[in-house]
Design a protein around this ligand. Structure first.
Ligand code: PTT
Ligand code: SF4
Length: 620
């Protein structure tokens, strides 16, 4: 039964969070007020605030004590460019820090249209369960017939039961088996929550959450919202790169990365791949069947191809680089098949390509007993299955992520275990790009490109320097991308890829919420969210935290590139450390990278400073 608590009338935001206790099979609605909305905006902001306030430090991320948060922003679901996304967040079982991901899904739209801006999943169901939310009604269904199915079959079966228009977030077998980089899947090709959000869902015995909502979203100025929405959607269609984007989507980045020596190759040893042409965007166009994408998007970038097993797969840049060049695979149809298999099991492709590359290198060096050849389709597919099911010593070891695997393998393997803070690095090699290395080093969930994809700017601006300008650019991007886009939860691609103007967002926000915010105001929210996320990590790690946590792996500093036009290049550790200190200074953090008391206080996080002070010594 649903119990309504206080409600607060707002526009844009629904003002309601659904709190679900999976153990007791009960749900309540928490109303929230303008303070949370205006200070944290939504999405990542809400998620980190909830996790900071409600999680006891030190809990096991795979225990019932962890909470899984689905959170959207105040623009999510309105008819405007690419607004069908949401955040999935929890304490990460991979990193033991803050973890989240951004997923495009009808579940985001339906959650909002059911009247909720976020859902908090608490406890653990005694048996596999499906959560079904239809407006004010919340039901729990036995998932015995679903447990063991892959994510595609799960969603198809759910559609047969609940209809084809529902929005679904579900896990495959990897989430069930608590693989620490299992993610959450939707619509057979959207996947989010790299740092093990699928494992957290599995640990709660939650196979799927199904949403169907029918309420109209509350806009402050409905006419303005409609007009602006139509105008911005039209604007996207006029952009010069629109047609090319629809043809290739993110896949064009393979050629760009190869040209610029940043395409991860053979476990990030190199930045060029001899057979890059075979896995490029142009190669993809030859096997492309159709386009697909997230809801509320008129620049759909999912490219459906027929893979080597004659099934439909949806390759993206990251997936193809990590399951292609990084593991020596050059047959695009086979790479697409590995991509599809990862989606079916619900395994993050970036971490997967990373642990596979690690295993191949360890095997080549004779550090593990198993033979894991580079670039062999069948052997790789079989190892992926072992990882998803935690089968055998190797599958089970890799299922815990690359950092943990390197601790088991020992020798010098931690030097080429490619992660920061336990999260495997995404698909940009940084032998030649110190700015991007800093972006990985300081990203709020571990080594992900999402907060600051500074590399495209850096390659143009000059990659050699470890400059203040680069530090400023990383911070600027962390504010826009990791902050505002992750709090609004709208897709950043209209801006990044087509040049859709950032000035639209405050206008859309005002029409939706009635609240006037400049980009300067939005940046303050970003900084608040970023610092609270940092505090979350510090509270978990306490005095074990040090600036080493923000440094990429030794491979990029010690082993120069041996191929391509930038042969011989590597990062300089002393210069990186200096740049990192410059970054800390500009962020208002001390020399260990811990936010100063005054920095937290200036962002309205005085209480956070007080609590954090009990776990780690704070500078004033
Ligand atoms: C994202 C990360 C990325 S980033 C990719 S491809 W990319 C990988 N995609 C995976 C996949 O596919 N299947 C799978 N099993 N694992 C995967 N792991 C990888 O996850 C994604 C797009 C992309 S495609 C990107 S860059 C942009 N990311 C956005 C973001 O983070 N925020 C935002 N406001 N807008 C964004 N727009 C773009 O969305 P994570 P999606 Mg993703 C099949 O999940 O955890 O955030 O990691 O969600 O709906 O698939 O859209 O070249
Ligand atoms: Fe989804 Fe691509 Fe559209 Fe972004 S541009 S909303 S990732 S389909």
């Amino acid at each position: 039964m649903l119990i309504l608590k206080e409600l607060d009338t707002m526009f844009g935001w629904n003002g309601r969070i659904l709190r679900v206790n999976l153990g007791k099979k009960k749900a309540v609605v928490d109303g929230y007020g303008a303070e949370l909305a205006k200070n944290y905006l939504g999405g990542r902001g809400f998620a980190v605030k909830i996790l900071w306030d409600e999680l006891r430090p030190g809990i096991d991320p795979l225990s019932p004590d962890n909470k899984l948060v689905f959170a959207a922003g105040p623009l999510t679901g309105f008819a405007l460019p690419s607004s069908g996304k949401m955040i999935v967040a929890a304490k990460s079982p991979l990193t033991w820090g803050y973890g989240d991901g951004n997923i495009g899904t009808f579940a985001a739209v339906h959650m909002r249209k059911s009247g909720y801006d976020a859902v908090i999943m608490e406890g653990k169901s005694d048996k596999p369960v499906i959560l079904f939310v239809r407006d004010e009604s919340v039901e729990f269904f036995n998932a015995a017939d679903f447990w063991g199915l892959n994510s595609f079959d799960t969603e198809r079966k759910l559609a047969e039961t609940y209809g084809h228009t529902v929005g679904v977030l579900c896990i495959g077998q990897a989430g069930e088996n608590l693989v620490k980089f299992a993610n959450i899947v939707s619509q057979e090709g959207r996947a989010g929550g790299r740092p093990g959000m699928g494992a957290v869902m599995g640990s709660k015995n939650l196979k799927a959450a199904v949403f169907i909502g029918s309420h109209e979203l509350p806009a402050a100025d409905p006419k303005e919202m409609k007009d602006l929405g139509a105008e911005t959607l039209r604007d996207v269609l006029t952009k010069a790169n629109y047609a090319f984007w629809k043809r290739q989507g993110t896949m064009s980045t393979i050629e760009w990365s190869q040209e610029n020596s940043v395409l991860p190759t053979l476990n990030y040893r190199e930045g060029v791949f001899q057979k890059a042409d075979a896995i490029s965007g142009s190669a993809m166009e030859k096997i492309k069947v159709s386009n697909r994408g997230c809801p509320q998007c008129n620049m759909t970038c999912g490219n459906i191809v027929k893979d080597s097993e004659r099934k439909g797969a949806e390759p993206d840049y990251e997936n193809v680089a990590m399951l292609g060049s990084n593991i020596g695979m050059s047959n695009l149809k086979q790479v697409a098949a590995l991509n599809r298999v990862a989606d079916e099991y619900g395994l993050d492709t970036i971490s997967l390509g990373n642990v596979l590359g690690f295993a191949m290198e360890a095997s080549e060096k004779g550090l593990i007993k198993e033979k894991v050849p580079w670039g062999k389709f069948k052997a790789t597919q079989s190892l992926i299955r072992d990882i998803a099911f935690r089968k055998g010593d190797l599958g089970n070891m890799l299922a815990d992520g690359v950092y943990s695997a390197s601790q088991t393998v020992g020798q010098d393997s931690s030097k080429w275990a490619m992660h920061v803070k336990g999260l495997e690095i995404s698909a940009y090699d940084c032998h030649t790009t110190p700015g991007m290395a800093l972006a990985y080093g300081t990203c709020s969930i571990g080594a992900h490109h999402k907060d600051a994809w500074v590399i495209s700017w850096e390659v143009k601006a000059g990659r050699e320097g470890y400059t203040a300008e680069k530090v400023d650019k990383v911070i600027e991007l962390q504010r826009i991308r990791g902050g505002v886009f992750e709090c609004l939860t709208v897709c950043r691609f209209p801006w990044v890829e087509l040049g859709f103007e950032l000035e639209w967002y405050p206008k859309l926000l005002q029409a939706a919420t009635g609240v006037e915010m400049s980009w300067q105001d939005l940046n303050v929210i970003s900084d608040r969210v970023f610092n609270l996320t940092r505090a979350f990590w510090m509270r978990e790690y306490g005095n074990r935290w040090g600036s080493e946590m923000d440094v990429p792996p030794p491979r990029w500093f010690e082993e120069p590139l041996t191929k391509g036009s930038l042969k011989g290049a590597k990062l300089d550790r002393a210069k990186y450390d200096k740049m990192l200190q410059m970054y800390y200074e500009k962020r208002g953090w001390d020399e260990r990278g811990i936010p100063r008391e005054s920095t937290l206080a200036n962002l309205g996080l005085g209480n956070v400073a007080k609590e954090l002070g009990a776990h780690v010594s704070l500078s004033s």
